[in-house]
Design a protein around this ligand. Structure first.
Ligand SMILES: [Zn+2]
Length: 422
């Protein structure tokens, strides 16, 4: 259901039916996973023929789904020294390749800014270094979840976004060298194809194929002020048991972007018993779950690439985990509480709601999804900031008039504002 909102009329985009009509070839999620995690690629160790085959396959798939090669081509190569650091080519060094495709933005100004969606495609080869299973040296480590799942989701998102390009340019990067120490992403931020200063955010998909009990972990939720509310808004439709964690550092490629002060998010369906073992095979993936994560990623990238304002990077140490539901513009803990779930992708002329929380003052007042709030009390609410300020200017227990645009009509509702949540 959320898809119709994100790609809907408010953004001037096409419906999913129109997208399907324009894009007859369905994204082949299972085929992509099976190709990338096939024994024939021998575990996709950086610099190996198997990794090169994977890179060629990814460039071909990027092209098929409608991406263009990055300035400089599909491949960005870097050398990996014997010590496992990216450096000069020399004895014993190998060449790793990032695969980069772009979807140019449709806005003549915003297209000069980018959103990066990344997923590494390299894995552990035949075990040994990096494997958690000492007896498996010599056995192919297929890395179906780590990270054929993310690479396949990358293609899925690219295919669907290509039908309706957002305002900003989206840069899709399949990184190599991740398992050797985030080498491909470290190289990219040193030699960015598109300036980091105009890179709005980086979203990383690493290990997204084992969704269990609907639990999706998102790291980096506190690296931009706007992220918690955005995640909350998107999850209203996606319905994950979303565990948003603050920190932007973590053992995957988003760390490289966080280190250069870009807002980052890492989507992750958690560790499992096959992690970094030869048993991480395609048969064990949750394909419905992977599709849901890809849908969520599509919504996330669409919202980021279409938002009119920049993000506010947060460089603060955040020792405690935070729930995505806490610091929204209308959340418990921030002045008087109304209980709306605003559409974080923005809407002209007011704050559009995607829904209201059960039992909340908003629900009791008769507010509902698709309402556009244009006024609270005496304050106009052209955007979320104004709505947040309006709520902060009232106390719990106060009765306020809320002016709402609902379809063609304008309605005034009365809400008794709630207490700060516990
Ligand atoms: Zn790994």
């Amino acid at each position: 259901m959320w898809r119709s909102i994100l790609l809907g009329a408010s953004l001037g985009l096409l419906s999913s039916a129109e997208i399907r009509a324009q894009h007859p070839e369905p994204p082949r999620l299972l085929d992509d996973i099976r190709f990338l995690s096939d024994d024939g690629l021998k575990g996709r160790m950086t610099g190996s023929p198997g990794a090169d085959s994977a890179a060629a396959y990814l460039a071909r798939r990027f092209s098929q789904v409608g991406l263009q090669p990055a300035a400089g081509g599909w491949f960005q190569s870097f050398t990996v020294g014997r010590e496992g650091s990216a450096g000069r080519q020399g004895q014993g060094s190998v060449v790793g390749m990032n695969v980069i495709g772009i979807l140019p933005g449709r806005d003549p100004v915003l297209r000069n800014q980018t959103v990066v969606l990344g997923a590494h495609y390299d894995h552990l080869g035949l075990g040994g270094f990096g494997s958690l299973d000492p007896d498996s040296t010599g056995k192919v480590h297929n890395g179906a979840d780590d990270n054929a799942s993310g690479a396949a989701a990358l293609i899925q998102v690219a295919a669907r976004l290509a039908a309706t390009p957002p305002a900003r340019t989206v840069v899709f990067i399949a990184f190599s060298g991740e398992e050797l120490g985030l080498l491909g992403s470290a190289y990219y931020v040193k030699q960015p194809i598109y300036p980091l200063s105009s890179t709005l955010a980086m979203v990383n998909l690493d290990m997204v194929g084992r969704l269990r009990n609907g639990r999706l972990i998102v790291y980096g939720a506190r690296t931009a002020k706007e992220f918690p509310a955005l995640l909350d808004s998107l999850n209203w439709y996606a319905g994950f048991d979303l565990k948003a964690q603050g920190d932007g550092y973590g053992p995957s490629d988003h760390s490289s972007f966080y280190a250069v002060k870009r807002p980052v998010l890492h989507l992750f369906t958690d560790l499992h018993e096959d992690y970094h073992r030869s048993t991480d095979d395609w048969q064990k993936l949750n394909y419905d779950g992977l599709k849901r994560v890809a849908d969520f990623s599509l919504g996330l990238v669409t919202a980021l690439a279409n938002r009119t304002r920049p993000l506010t990077f947060l460089d603060l140490p955040t020792p405690t985990a935070t729930k995505a539901t806490s610091p929204g513009p209308d959340s418990p803990g921030y002045g008087a509480y109304l209980g709306t779930v605003p559409d974080m992708t923005g809407s002209p002329g007011g704050v559009r709601l995607v829904g209201v929380r059960a039992g909340s003052p908003a629900e009791k007042a008769g507010l509902r999804g698709d309402d556009i709030i244009t006024r609270i009390g005496r304050s106009e609410t052209p955007d979320l900031q104004a709505m947040s300020d309006a709520l902060r200017s009232h106390k719990p227990g106060e009765i306020v008039e809320i002016v709402v645009r609902r379809g063609a009509s304008v309605t005034t509702l009365r809400a008794t504002l709630g207490e700060r949540g516990g």
